[in-house]
Design a protein around this ligand. Structure first.
Ligand SMILES: [Zn+2]
Ligand SMILES: [Zn+2]
Length: 418
């Protein structure tokens, strides 16, 4: 696993969680690009190649991993390519994409490197171990599509590499991997999403990261800032970060780079990754019903409300994102009560059963008692604005200019070479 704070002087191996215990996956299908070039290693023996079985089914039975085709039953198993070749890969059917979001679905994805399966509290877990640069060949085009211009793909690759190596969040360390394969960390849908363009952008930026002083930048990013980015400390706990400060995302005429005026909605569809929701992401409206908000308060805060009276933003960040929201409501005894909702994440979680686009919204109460949220942007808005960066690349800006804009005071540097 990556060591926090360490700047690697050669390409490191990374561990990516593909199946998490919370996914509750009981069975998957695995197939191989070439059955003779992989070995299965278990605790006490290895099964060199498995001719005649180009597809294996892996199930959880009574706390064990079971492969009926190989009469295999154990709690740990590794599938290892026996020769190093770029065209060797393993395909898994039944991986979750969009975990926990309303666009969650099961996909089939192919992976370079080693696949490790184990059982954690009776649940299946899978980890993909591979060289970082191979992982990066897949990330830019899992996050966005391969149709994006090269300067954008290079930017996204450097940002993904920097964020990963800065290794600040470490959300999954207790499970034994560096990052997961989804929006919680970085979206990674395997090598099937690679294209000539994404491979080129990884090769062209090999080992390049953005740095501030002597540390790799914790390069946060989100889909659309809505016209101005947010300060780090308004979204996460901790001190301000000098390169994660609010900047305007507009051209000389004041037009936002992430707006449909620069990236038209129609063409955006071809640039956005294939599991994303299509829709009005830059400016949007959403009308949660009284019932939905009452249910949300009950499910998420165990509050029994009978009517929501007011949604009152109490603290708003530079980008317009609400950081503290007060909700006034009537309880079951008809008392007037209030609850304060802190963090943009929790506000988005409360406002919509399927997670609101962003917390940058204003509130209007309708005659029918429902609230109309008029919002902008998609995501937390800190650091790189992906659609804004795309707009800049489409307008001829270079990778270096784009990075300088969203991460002021950072420096682009190559920390290892091939
Ligand atoms: Zn994660
Ligand atoms: Zn933007």
């Amino acid at each position: 696993m990556l060591t926090p704070g360490l700047i690697p002087n050669k390409e490191p191996m990374i561990r990516v969680g593909l199946i998490l215990p919370e996914d509750n996956i009981h069975s998957i299908q695995i197939s191989f690009s070439d059955t003779q070039c992989f070995e299965i290693e278990t605790i006490d023996r290895s099964h060199p190649s498995f001719e005649n079985s180009d597809q294996l089914s892996l199930r959880i039975v009574d706390g064990n991993l079971v492969i009926p085709e190989l009469k295999f039953k154990d709690t740990v198993l590794k599938i290892i390519p026996s020769i190093s070749q770029d065209d060797l890969f393993i395909t898994i059917d039944g991986i979750l994409a969009g975990r926990g979001f309303h666009w969650e679905k099961k996909i089939s994805a192919s992976y370079w490197g080693i696949l490790e399966f184990c059982v954690s509290n009776g649940k299946m877990m899978a980890v993909n171990e591979l060289p970082l640069e191979y992982y990066l060949k897949c990330v830019a085009t899992s996050e966005m599509s391969a149709q994006c211009p090269p300067e954008f793909l290079k930017t996204q690759t450097i940002v993904a590499r920097s964020w990963l190596l800065a290794n600040i969040e470490q959300k999954h360390r207790h499970l034994g991997f560096d990052i997961c394969n989804d929006d919680c960390c970085q979206r990674y849908q395997g090598m099937g999403n690679c294209s000539e363009a994404s491979i080129k952008s990884a090769e062209a930026t090999f080992g390049k990261v953005i740095m501030f002083e002597d540390k790799i930048c914790d390069a946060r990013y989100s889909k659309s800032c809505g016209g101005i980015t947010e300060n780090f400390e308004n979204v996460w706990e901790g001190d301000p970060v000098p390169y994660l400060i609010s900047v305007e995302d507009v051209d000389s005429k004041g037009t936002a780079f992430c707006s449909p005026d620069i990236v038209p909605e129609e063409s955006l569809k071809s640039f956005i990754g294939n599991v994303d929701e299509k829709g009005q992401y830059f400016l949007w409206t959403f009308e949660p019903t009284q019932d939905e908000l009452i249910r949300s308060l009950k499910n998420k805060h165990k509050i029994e409300a009978t009517e929501i009276l007011q949604l009152k933003p109490e603290k708003i960040g530079n980008s317009g994102r609400i950081i503290d929201l007060r909700i006034d409501y009537k309880d079951i005894q008809n008392n007037l009560k209030s609850i304060a909702i802190h963090t943009e994440y929790e506000i988005r979680n409360i406002m919509s059963p399927s997670f609101l686009f962003s917390s940058a919204f204003s509130v209007k109460k309708n005659e029918n008692g429902n609230f109309n949220l008029i919002g902008k942007g998609w995501g937390h808005g800190v650091g790189l604005c992906q659609i804004g960066a795309l707009g800049r690349a489409l307008n001829g800006q270079s990778t270096e200019n784009i990075l300088n804009h969203y991460y002021p005071v950072s420096k682009l540097k190559r920390i290892y070479s091939s």
